[in-house]
Ligand binder design. Structure first.
Ligand code: SAM
Length: 265
């Protein structure tokens, strides 16, 4: 079967360079017994590199024709399962059926929803994403950096994020207009936020960053609907300067503040 026409609306930019594909697959640091879930296998180029390093690959591909192409390509490969679905509609852990790693040259039009989807439980033991370079920088940015934001805090509350290496746009067919980078996300052994507080934490952090550049005294009053005295007491209890701004607080600071405001324990 010939590859179907490229659908740019699905973020289709394919990689073919075997050295780049090997570098991405190596970054997943798979052990031979492991299962890896791949987001958007496309024509199967990264899939081949992952299969060479894992026991099983589960590929989630939305494009019906590409899913057909992949089923045909891997007809004699029992270690691969192709699931034709929107990655945002599936539970990745259930598809894996046990512990798993996650990898994907992800479609850029839904990168952030995919990153939040990857935080749903059961989570991957490691995830490697090929993303737009700016998104990679936001994911890994430390507090105070220009590109530090709600995405950075939410990921870093659960995981260690490493910006590994860049990939030039010329390596893709067709080349995207932006540069790309490979990022590895490794869950913390002890997450900063407990499972039952994750949703409240995400909402609180997003609301705080909507007031970027405002002082925390004002942010707390607005976001948590507290008086000046209550806001200042909560900030003091969590060791945060009331003059500080949301973009300088770490995930641990946000967690301590929410606990002082009794938003979670
Ligand atoms: N992995 C291939 C490679 O590296 O050459 C293809 C990467 S391409 C950037 C993104 C892939 O994700 C495409 O195959 C596209 O059809 C697929 N895709 C787009 N949206 C998707 C979605 N919502 N769920 C699952 N796959 C999706």
């Amino acid at each position: 079967m010939r590859p179907p026409p490229i659908r740019k609306s699905l973020g289709q930019h394919f990689l073919t360079d075997p050295r780049i594909l090997a570098r991405i697959a190596d970054a997943v640091a798979l052990t031979p017994g492991e299962t890896v879930v791949e987001i958007g296998p496309g024509r199967g180029s990264l899939t081949d590199a992952l299969l060479a390093r894992a026991a099983r690959v589960v590929g989630v591909e939305i494009d019906r024709k590409l899913a057909e192409l992949l089923r045909e390509k891997y007809a004699n490969e029992p270690r691969i399962t192709i699931v034709e679905a929107d990655v945002l509609d599936v539970n990745l852990g259930e598809l894996a059926g046990g512990p798993y790693a996650l990898a994907g040259n992800v479609p850029y039009y839904i990168t952030t929803p995919i990153l939040f989807q990857a935080l749903r439980r059961p989570r991957a033991s490691r995830s490697v994403f090929l993303v737009q370079r700016e998104v990679g920088a936001r994911m890994a940015a430390p507090p105070g950096a220009d590109d530090y934001g709600a995405l950075s805090v939410n990921l870093q509350a659960h995981a260690q994020v490493e910006l590994l290496f860049r990939i030039p746009s010329g390596a893709f067919n067709p080349p995207p207009r932006v540069e790309s980078a490979v990022v590895r996300v490794t869950p913390r052994a002890e997450p900063i936020v407990a499972a039952d507080a994750e949703e409240s934490f995400r909402i609180f952090v997003q609301a705080a960053f909507a007031l970027r550049r405002k002082q925390m005294r004002r942010v707390v009053r607005t976001v948590a609907d507290r008086s000046v005295a209550e806001a200042e007491a909560a900030l003091a209890a969590s060791g945060i300067d009331p003059d500080a701004r949301p973009e300088t607080l770490s995930a641990a600071d946000f967690h301590a503040l929410g606990a002082a405001l009794s938003l979670w324990r």
